[in-house]
Ligand binder design. Sequence first.
Ligand SMILES: C[S@@+](CC[C@H](N)C(=O)[O-])C[C@H]1O[C@@H](n2cnc3c(N)ncnc32)[C@H](O)[C@@H]1O
Length: 244
Amino acid sequence: MTPHDQQIAALLALLDQTLDSPATTHGLARTLRAAVKEIELHRHHRASVAALPDCVLKPGPTKVQIGGGGHRIDGFFNIDIVPPADLLWDVREGIPLADASTETLFSEHFLEHIDYPRSAKSYAREAHRVLAPGGQLITGVPDAAFVLNEYPAPPEQAAEMIERWYAKRQCRGDMNTYLDLINYVFRDQDDDPTYNPHYWAYDHEKLAQLFTEAGFRTVEPWTFDPTMANPKRQWASVYVVATK
Ligand SMILES: C[S@@+](CC[C@H](N)C(=O)[O-])C[C@H]1O[C@@H](n2cnc3c(N)ncnc32)[C@H](O)[C@@H]1O
């Protein structure tokens, strides 16, 4: 174990101990839980860096899904910060592929989970770096324009959207109005270990700006392909394809 890893282990033990204390207030506990979660991600990433010292996959896959969670796509290599994935990697630290080495990068409901501008812009630049000329970056995110355009919406519409997006969750008792729904799109649940908060909201214009700034030649609406993307994600999401 390196001295850094020892420090992290000691920090985690201290955080666990503090979280167990009845004297720890709600606000402090929220922050510490977020730190514990980040340490878990840090550990996954450090273990992969140790196994991949120059941070480049060799041979590099030509089709890569980023942040796919449990969603698999035939022929795609999966990079995610938590299992299951082919490689556990924190893409806020870069994409572990050689320059101009890959054809397609795909992600869906991932980009909004990394901080903007630092990590989102770094991801866009990294995607541009690893794609070969003509390579495509396909990105789908919750469409903030969709939810904002409907405001103010009648309660039935809010109920339908909540059902479509959050049917599996235990949060519906707290989502009573359309504005609660907008809050979820912009923040998601930040106090539930099962879910990751949203750090930034996107629409077509913002995606086009982000990827154009990173050097992509074109950014167009992507024709939804259910053999690649999850059909459950299509509704109220915006997808673009950025071409290098
Ligand atoms: C909301 S889930 C979406 C999963 C899947 N794409 C879907 O649509 O169901 C976000 C995914 O992004 C991954 N993720 C978040 N931050 C990441 C990071 N920094 N590096 C790699 N993956 C990350 C999460 O672990 C999670 O699997």
